[in-house]
Structure formats: C-alpha cells, structure tokens
Design a protein around this ligand. Structure first.
Ligand code: ADP
Ligand code: MG
Length: 708
C-alpha cells in the first residue's frame, strides 16, 4: 500500500477552453468533474489517463467490520487491523537516538498507541483528527503498541465501517490518497457504468459462473459485502486470464502453422569443443536438460521450453550448448537478460567460456556507444552465426537479425508478456528457451507462457559450501554488525539489504538514505560503504557495482536491486533487515549472492518479527532448497509476491492471481481452447467484441487476430 499523504487542494481553474466532450470511456480524466491538471498528473502515475482507466482501477482489498478489530479487544502478540481517529500525535526520541513517530488512535471501544520507529517525517502527513486504518503486529511496550506494517490515512472525516459498510482500499500514490480516489470513482461510477460494453458472450459468462462486466465493476467499487466484491473481482480476473490464454494459444497456433520446419542438425562440432574446454564436468541434470533441448531443436516443431533451476544450478552453460547448436547450423542467437548489468556479466562470462572456440559474443545494450552499437547491428544484419547478448534493447526497432534461430531469455519472469512476444516475433519463429530460478507450477507456467515444455535442473554442481543462515533479534544488532566488520577486516565484503524503496515513495527513500549515513558513521564505522537503490541512475549504479566488484567498497547497502545480476565471489556476509517484508523466494535469491566463492558465507536475518513471520523465516534458515522455499512461498503469500511482480512492474495480471484463482484459471484455459478451435480468428459476430478488446489491451493481438 502506498503511504498516502494529504493531497494538496485542487486549485480552481477555469474550465478548459474546448468544450468538454460527451462522456465516453476514452475521455481524458481532466474532463471529469473534480479532476484538474494536478490530479490528472497524479492519476497518470497510477496509469490512469482516461475515464475508463479510472473505472478499471480496482481496489487492492476491502475492510469491513469483520476484518477491523475493535481497539479494546486488540491483544499483544496478535496481528491486527484497526480503524481509529488520531487523538494525539508527535515525534519522540528514544535512548538509542532513533526518532519514533507515535499516534494514539481511538475508536468507539478504546485507545491504542501506534508507533513508526525511524519515521519522524510522518509528522507531516498524519495529523490529529485523521482516521487511520493500520495493519500490523501488536507488541508490549509500556502497554499495547501497534507497529504498522502498512496504513492508510483516510483523512479527517470518518467513513468507517461502523454501519457494516465495506471500505474499498485503492492502490494510491503520494498526494492522492485511497480516500480521494474512492471519492473520485464513486462520484463518476453511475455515469460511467452504462458506457461499459460486455465483451464475453452471455452464454460463456454463465458457463464461467461470473457476472457481466457492468455488474462486476459496480461490485468491486461499491460492494454490498466483501463477498460481493470478491465475485466482481473474479469476473475481472477471469477476463484477464481468458485474454492471455487466447493470445498465447493463438500465437502458438500461428507459429506452428507458419513455421517452415527448421530442424537443427546436431553436428557435435562446437558443442563437443565446449565440453572439452569446460573446467568442470556437467552434472547429470545438465546433461539431461541438454538432451531435451537438442531433441527440441532437432525437431521441426518450434522449441518452447522453460529451463527451471535454482540459483547456481548452472543454467547458463546449458543455454550455451543450445546456442552453439544453433550457431553450428549457421543461425543467430539472441540471449536476453533483464538488466544491463546482468547482460554485461553474461557477455563476459560467456566470452571467457567461448574464447577457446574462437567465438566472441556481441553485446547489445541500451547504453552502448553509438559506434559500438552500429558495429553490433552490422554483425546482426550479416548472415554470420553470432551470439548476441543484451537486454530488451534486442527488441528495439532497428535491431534486425538476419538469421535469428534461437532466443534465450534469462530470468524470464522479469520480462513482460509483450516483450517476450515481440522477440519471438523477430525472425522466422525462432526456437525459444526460457530460464528461471523461480519454480513455477505447471498450470501457472501455462498461463504465463502458453504452451510450453518444462525441464528442471534438480541437481547442484558439486563442491559448493552451504550458506550459514540465521535469524537474529533486534537486540543482537550491534553484535551482527560487529561480525560484519570483522569479516571486512579479514578482507571479505558484505551486503546490508533493506526492503525495496519504492520509486514512488520519496519519504521511504529519504529514510533509507538517512539510514546509510547513520550506518556508515556508527555500525559500519571504518568500512567503505555505498548505497544502491532503484532511484540511483544507471551509470552511477554501475559505477558503484564495479567498485564493489573490484574491492574498492567493503559493504553495499542495497534494496533488492541486487537481487539479480551481481556476482562477487569475495562477498561472504549478507545482513537482511526487515526480513519479514520479503517473500521467501526473494530471500533465497538474495542469499544466492553470497556463498559464490570458496569462503564460508553467512546470511543473517536481522530484526524482531511476529511469531507467524518468525516461523516462515525459520523454514528459510533451515533449507537451501529453492524449490521447497518457493512452494512454501506460494502457499503463504500467493503469486504476485513470489514473482516480485509488484516491485518490478512486470505483473502479467492486474487483477488475477493464477494461484489463488486456480479454478477460474482452469475454466479460462478450457474456454480459450474451445473458442479458438471453433473460431480461430474470433470472427463470429458474438466473438468480435472480445477480439476488439484484445487488440486494445495487447498490441500483439493486432497481428494475431487480424482485425478488419
Ligand atoms: P544459474 O543457474 O543461477 O544461472 P550459473 O549458470 O550462473 O547458475 O552457474 C553458477 C556457477 O556454477 C557458475 O560459476 C558456473 O560456471 C558454475 N557451474 C555450472 N555448472 C557447473 C558444473 N557442472 N560443475 C561445477 N560448476 C558449475
Ligand atoms: Mg543465471
């Protein structure tokens, strides 16, 4: 949830010079009553530019009397959501110098202290008289004290849930609170709903067991009960799942039909050479994966395979075998990584492995110098069998492969569906190898990637030391940092990781920045420390990474931007702050950054947590099996968090949750399959609105379902 501050009053403006157009779903929000230029800009941050977008801005969750606890009944040790009015607020210093923002909340039943340690700046956004909805653990601290994990400022008037009303909590942004958003949406809801057009034929709706669109939108925005809101959400989720299924299935249908039947011949020339120069023997799992891939590539069917393997399982070398097989058939290979840094790292390490074979990969990223870029493009445009390594820059206009035969996508879940589709569309339906360290249940993989085969690397290369993982309470903080300093003193390096600073969250960002200064002066005095977060510009970020890699920095204080992509074998300690805020899979990815060298490595989770979170974390401390961890994660947190989708902006879905919505999802799969069997181009009059909708929402659909 975004911290919602108090929004500046919308300045009064004269009406726009042009007369407001008649209200339609594509009417820009600026024409809506109550939305001026300032709010329009804030709305744009949430991806809302038209009236229709506003209507599709769906609440994150709902609160009603059944989820909000009466304050008098809140007990120490529980995790609760309360709703109350701020009757006192202020900043208190503590003995350790930490400044704590405190508020006292009151509801009809009692009063409760709420505290935000280290966030004195909240003084500017939370005022006496505001109503706050707070969720978090209750601890004992001179009495009961709630420490919010998240909160929403509902503003001065109570819109509480007292009369059994359901309170919709919208995704918000700084300067535009959930309350204002709710007001805005409710104000226009009745005018907008009649404009909504159904896209799914009634018979299919009935079959899927979901309400019509107009009804569903009413239900999510103005529900009579939480159950009703859920029914509305299910409809929107179903629509998303169905759309994606249709796109994937259609894409695969066409690709199969169009494909000339390119079958690569296993000449065993380059691949044998590689085997001879590798400094290690392949694991059994790697050999099996290579066998699967060689069979796929040798068949005239288009390869569409997902290679899953835990962090460090050795996926890269498997991909390299695939690349060489394509290249010895004269084809070009695109190897795509999610970040520039990772692409460069891949180019380097692949270059090292390929040097004895006389092959040098071509690097193509967004920040290549113009001359280098031209050179790279020339090589791709030639019919040379090159291995191009890059970021999504490989997808850009103006990048032409003369003979693209294979696309490899590393850390595939970080790419959007559209991006994957675009690269797949380059060249003559190339073979596609997706790689992921995040195990995905097969049903989910099908949703995300359509029709695909899966190979699992379930064996680790030998000789790696386990990472000692422990959870330490807040009280051990100074000892933990002392340990980190002692490791640095012996020449090692380390990381201190904080939960992500959201790009939109200036206040939290300031908090992180302040914290680094404090760390550098106190806990890590004498160490060379730098801060890395998502807002650090790319050049600077790389400069920092490079210095860290070269040993010119001892400790990197970072948000999860280090999750993928950094490989510094000398780093042996990772301290993770607020570990309960991370998904287990994220923690696992983070931990994978240490233990890459010969030295014993440590991962220390630091901080007090509620018992429930503590249990989760102890599961994590007890295993390094990424698959077991991911499964636990999936069970505990659901799919959005597992993929870090929210944090990386790569959510495949706005509403659907393919794990939680498994039943819906199965219905969507079956329906898409049947629809396309009966009407492959969705050309029947009853299906046209659906096709139309697909082409509006997904650029790729234009090509797949040729409209007109
Ligand atoms: P990931 O699956 O996380 O992408 P990598 O491909 O980066 O893993 O491999 C991790 C490390 O393990 C690399 O340094 C790689 O050279 C090494 N490696 C890969 N396969 C083997 C093997 N069979 N034996 C020993 N080391 C290996
Ligand atoms: Mg990798």
């Amino acid at each position: 949830m975004n911290r919602a501050g108090r929004e500046p009053p919308e300045p009064r403006r004269r009406p726009p010079a042009r007369p407001a157009p008649r209200l339609a779903l594509d009417t820009p929000v600026t024409y809506l009553k109550g939305v001026g230029p300032v709010r329009a800009q804030l709305l744009a941050r949430l991806g809302i530019t038209t009236a229709g977008d506003l209507l599709r801005h769906v609440p994150l969750r709902y609160e009603d009397a059944s989820t909000v606890a009466p304050i008098s009944r809140v007990a120490v040790g529980a995790d609760v959501t309360v709703l109350g009015k701020v009757i006192a607020a202020g900043v208190l210093p503590t003995r350790k110098g930490l400044r704590v923002f405190q508020a006292v909340l009151q509801d009809a039943t009692g009063m409760l202290e709420v505290a935000w340690p280290g966030q004195p700046f909240l003084e500017r956004t939370i005022a006496k008289g505001d109503w706050l909805l707070c969720t978090g653990p209750v601890r004992f601290f001179h009495g009961r004290r709630l420490q919010p994990r998240e909160y929403v400022n509902l503003g001065p008037e109570e819109e509480g849930t007292a009369e059994g009303r359901v309170l919709a909590i919208y995704p918000a942004t700084e300067g535009l609170s959930p309350r204002v958003l709710r007001g805005m949406i409710l104000q226009h809801l009745d005018a907008l709903l009649p404009l909504v057009q159904e896209v799914i034929p009634p018979a299919l709706l009935a079959e899927a067991g979901v309400p019509p669109l107009t009804e569903a939108l009413r239900m999510v925005h103005r529900p009579g009960s939480v159950a009703e809101a859920e029914a509305g959400r299910a409809r929107l989720a179903f629509e998303e799942l169905l759309a994606l299924q249709l796109l994937h299935r259609r894409a695969n249908q066409l690709a199969r039909a169009a494909r000339g039947g390119r079958a690569f011949v296993n000449h065993r020339r380059l691949t044998t050479q590689l085997r001879e120069v590798l400094p290690f023997a392949l694991t059994g799992a790697q050999r099996r994966a290579i066998r699967d891939i060689v069979a796929d590539m040798g068949s005239p069917r288009r390869m569409h395979r997902l290679l899953q393997g835990d962090v460090g399982a050795g996926k890269t070398v498997v991909a390299l075998f695939a690349a060489l097989l394509a290249m010895e058939n004269g084809a070009q290979v695109a190897f795509m990584a999610p970040t520039e840094l990772l692409a460069e790292q891949h180019a380097q390490s692949l270059g090292r492995m390929l040097a004895p074979l006389g092959i040098a990969p071509v690097l193509l990223t967004g920040r290549l110098a113009a001359a280098d870029r031209r050179l790279a493009l020339t090589r791709l445009a030639s019919h040379e069998p090159v291995l191009a390594v890059g970021t999504h820059a490989l997808l850009q206009e103006g990048v032409e492969f003369a003979a693209l035969g294979l696309v490899i996508i590393d850390e595939q879940h970080r790419f959007g569906v559209e991006q994957r589709a675009t690269l797949g569309a380059k060249g003559e339906a190339p073979d596609v190898l997706l790689m992921s360290a995040t195990p995905i249940p097969r049903s989910l993989a099908l949703t995300l990637y359509g029709d695909l085969d899966v190979t699992v690397l379930d064996e680790r290369p030998p000789g790696r030391q386990p990472v000692t993982t422990v959870h330490r309470p807040e009280a051990a903080r100074s000892r933990v940092f002392e340990f980190l300093r002692s490791q640095v003193a012996t020449g090692r390096q380390g990381y201190v990781v904080y939960p992500l600073v959201e790009a939109s969250d200036k206040l939290a960002l300031r908090a992180a920045t302040e914290m680094v200064d404090t760390l550098a002066e106190e806990a890590l005095a004498g160490c060379r420390v730098a801060l890395l977060h998502g807002r650090v510009p790319p050049e600077e970020r790389d400069a920092i990474m490079t210095r860290f890699r070269d040993g010119a920095l001892d400790v990197l204080v970072a948000t999860t931007v280090i999750e993928v992509g950094i490989d510094v074998p000398n780093a042996s300690v990772m301290v993770i702050e607020h570990p309960e805020r991370f998904g287990l899979s994220q923690l696992h990815q983070l931990r994978g950054r240490v233990g890459r060298g010969a030295a014993q490595s440590y991962c220390i989770l630091l901080g007090d947590t509620a018992p429930e979170a503590g249990e989760r974390l102890s599961l994590f401390c007890g295993t390094e099996d990424g698959f077991a961890i991911a499964q636990a994660d999936l069970r505990l947190r659901g799919m959005g968090d597992l993929f870090g989708a929210r944090q990386h902006g790569v959510a495949a879905f706005k509403v659907a949750d393919p794990v939680r919505d498994e039943a819906l999802h199965a219905r969507a799969q079956a329906m898409a399959e049947r629809l396309l069997r009966e009407d492959p181009g969705l050309e029947a009059p009853a299906h046209r609105p659906l096709r139309q909708q697909l082409t509006v929402a997904h650029a790729r659909a234009l090509e797949l379902f040729q409209v007109g």
